[in-house]
Design a protein around this ligand. Structure first.
Ligand code: GDP
Length: 445
């Protein structure tokens, strides 16, 4: 499908990123270079590519990535935002006249999909409660009037056309008469189909320009076939100079085009893409949303999932390191308290422990963790001397009584804490060695 290759290429680029934690300047440069190549290979115009990659590079080297929890994701977000930007930023809706009828003129090369679009647009407008009429000002192509009548019939809207046999009529006059007729017949929207040529030529432009002058349209929609590749930019510029247009319609987005040229059009002309056409049927049509299109191109959901998975592997490494440290060093009551406090905070230890092999059951325990217990534990540990905190073997009966009094609790509370700590210390070691921890009397957890 259109953008398929571009999507794949960008996904590949980001896959390289996702194995990294912090990004170096050379990571960023490598990524930007790959993005640049992918865009150029997809026919995005050079000017647009340059501008795009410069912005991505600048932002990717900046603080927003440096400080991000997940730099790779942040870079993808930046690419996404900049892509939305070149696609026009905000969604732009069709503009309607204050005093109906609203006049919409279609322009573009022959075969771009104007006539088909007239039907699609009409059907869309009917659904939204409008009463459109089509006007056949393409008197160039022998079958154009007939084709418009067919799509009009399918959309259930009338078509204003010159009498049969009058095929050599004046398209400017037909357009003008069509608008007048629409006003009389209380149609609130007039869609004027105009002639196209296979290539851009002066006569075509003059005719389109004259139709524009005669009908003073609220919207002039330039329809461009996404399949036309690199020519898209030149064609768009020619139509902008010759007729000028208020918006763009991308057609044939369902095809195999590389699509990049179409991506350039909004950026190069400064005109928003308003609709996208995605097939021959009248329902294969949708208002264009820059953000949705960018997500589609980036396959964002997919990419973010990949990055998350990679990030989890990364976290797991970190967790193993922490666990090793815990196992090798003496795990003290102070460590225990610190851990409990961290649990209360970010929940990060909880997350790390949860990811350790064999820690599934422990995760459940952690989830049932009682906040008040931390407060009690804190009180008890703070009543201990530093020596007692380091070595629980010192805790004889009289010391336990002293600690209980100091904390405002019972000796049983102190005993329970010491017992839980000793179990936890053992568990930490077992887990860190990759074993399944066991709590006496509870079986494997
Ligand atoms: P016009 O010369 O600009 O009026 O173009 P047409 O509306 O006659 O379209 C030219 C051809 O492209 C026709 O065969 C249409 O069925 C086809 N077409 C138009 N829009 C689309 C589209 O979005 N996708 C596909 N696949 N074909 C389309």
């Amino acid at each position: 499908a259109t953008f398929g290759t571009l999507s794949d290429r960008l996904a590949d680029t980001f896959k390289h990123l996702r194995t990294k934690g912090k990004l170096s300047a050379s990571d960023v440069d490598g990524t930007v270079r790959e993005i640049r190549r992918a865009l150029l290979d997809a026919d995005v115009s050079l000017d647009v590519v340059k501008q795009f990659t410069a912005r991505v590079r600048e932002r990717a080297l900046g603080d927003e990535v440096n400080k991000a929890l997940n730099p790779a994701q942040q870079v993808v977000q930046i690419v996404n935002e900049e892509l939305v930007g070149i696609l026009g930023g905000q969604q732009r809706r069709l503009q309607f006249a204050k005093n109906p009828p609203t006049v919409i003129m279609l322009a573009g090369l022959q075969g771009a999909g104007k006539t088909t679009l007239a039907g699609k647009l009409a059907k869309h407008l009917v659904k939204e409660g409008h009463t459109p009429i089509l006007v056949a000002s393409d008197l160039q192509r022998p079958n154009a009037v007939n084709q418009l009548q067919v799509v009009g019939g399918q959309a259930g809207v009338p078509v204003y056309a010159p009498e049969p046999g009058n095929g050599v009529g004046d398209p400017v006059k037909v357009a003008k008469d069509g608008v007048a007729h629409a006003a009389r017949a209380q149609h609130d929207v007039v869609i004027i189909d105009t002639a196209g040529r296979l290539g851009v030529d002066a006569e075509l432009m003059k005719q389109a320009s004259n139709i524009r002058k005669a009908t003073n349209p609220d919207e002039v929609l330039f329809v461009i076939d996404a399949m036309i590749g690199q020519d898209a930019v030149a064609t768009a510029k020619a139509f902008q100079d010759g007729v000028d247009f208020t918006g763009v319609v991308l057609s044939k987005l369902d095809g195999d085009a590389r699509g990049g040229a179409a991506l350039s059009v909004a950026s190069v002309t400064g005109r928003p893409i308003i609709f996208a056409s995605t097939g021959e049927g009248l329902d294969d049509f949708e208002p264009f949303h820059p953000d949705r299109m960018a997500s589609r191109i980036l396959d964002l959901g997919d990419i973010l999932t990949l990055i998350e998975q990679a990030q989890q592997a990364f976290d797991e490494e970190e967790a193993m390191k922490v666990a090793e440290k815990l196992a090798s060093e003496q795990f003290t009551l102070e460590d225990f308290l610190k851990q409990m406090q961290q649990l209360r905070g970010a929940g990060s230890i909880k997350k790390m422990l949860g990811m350790l092999p064999g820690a599934g059951g422990m995760k459940q325990q952690l989830e049932n963790f009682d906040e008040r217990e931390i407060v009690r534990t804190e009180a008890i540990i703070q009543s201990m001397t530093p020596a007692e905190r380091k070595n629980t073997k010192l805790l004889n009966g009289s010391r336990r009584l002293r600690i209980a009094k100091g904390a405002g609790m019972t000796v049983t509370d102190v005993n329970q804490l010491v017992q839980r700590f000793e179990q936890a210390a053992k568990m930490m070691k077992t887990v860190a060695r990759g074993g399944v921890p066991q709590i006496p009397g509870m079986g494997p957890i």
